[in-house]
Ligand binder design. Structure first.
Ligand code: IPE
Ligand code: IPE
Ligand code: MG
Length: 238
């Protein structure tokens, strides 16, 4: 079976999961931690080396301040609590997103988590917080402009590769498989550049209920797809 090297997930449906149970939305966000663990475990088992999760978008700042506050505290607590376990499981953690928009307590945890050395990590887990695909492209372009202005790069040396390496995901391979739970069929400003040729998988399952079987089903479907990247099927080459 061809497994993807890089899976990117929009973890959506926490609020609806909670509302259907008569619970506050925050209960849904809390319940969303379990499928995160499940997906990490499955990536390790299947030999998938890169997992990228969308935890909080640049548009999510428009949510009620209580929900935003709850999420930030949940991120802080979770990073602190899980870091040792993750390192033990050979998982290294990175974050992408606009740190200038985040408060000092969470930035401190992010910096500490990224400083944790995990030699020969089996899995790189990237968590997108305060992340927007357009923001990411703009900050990469700003980096290019600065390098040109300072004479480190000529304008005609600007290329896809030069832009891509300044994006949040940097030198990581593009996601092979994109998963969105919660039934909506949109990208919601996730990795706009990096998803150019990803295979897309939409699940109606609400994120807190996304199981190992659901993840395995998405990977199995991926393995049966023919990726042509604009070319022609290899059997039809003459
Ligand atoms: C995704 O679940 C989690 C975040 C955006 C933080 P939602 O909170 O968007 O859940 P629904 O879509 O309202 O059900
Ligand atoms: C996308 O979900 C962001 C995250 C899962 C972190 P949203 O629920 O915010 O997206 P929309 O509002 O359905 O586009
Ligand atoms: Mg949502």
């Amino acid at each position: 079976m061809t497994v993807p090297r890089h899976v990117a997930i929009i973890m959506d449906g926490n609020g609806r999961w909670a509302s259907r149970r008569g619970l506050p939305r925050s209960a849904g966000h809390k319940a969303g931690l379990k499928p995160v663990r499940t997906c990490i475990e499955l990536c390790r088992r299947l030999g998938i080396p890169y997992l990228t999760l969308f935890a909080f978008s640049s548009e999510n700042w428009s949510r009620p301040v209580t929900e935003v506050g709850f999420l930030m505290n949940l991120f802080i607590e979770t990073i602190e609590r899980e870091l040792d376990d993750l390192a033990q499981q050979s998982v290294e953690v990175r974050f992408i997103g606009d740190r200038a928009a985040l408060g000092a307590p969470i930035v401190e945890r992010i910096v500490a988590a990224e400083a944790r050395a995990v030699p020969d990590a089996q899995l790189r887990l990237t968590i997108a917080i305060a992340y927007g695909g357009r923001w990411d492209i703009v900050q990469a372009v700003r980096g290019l402009a600065t390098d040109v202005a300072e004479g480190h790069l000529a304008a005609d040396e600007i290329s896809e590769a030069e832009l891509a390496k300044r994006l949040g995901l940097g030198s990581l391979p593009d996601p092979d498989l994109f998963i969105r739970t919660g039934g909506e069929k949109r990208i919601s400003n996730f990795l706009l550049w990096n998803l150019a040729y990803s295979e897309l998988w939409f699940s109606d399952r609400l994120w807190p209920e996304f199981s190992a079987d659901d993840f395995a089903e998405a990977v199995a479907d991926f393995s049966g797809r023919e990726r042509r990247f604009g070319g022609v099927p290899s059997v039809e080459r003459t």
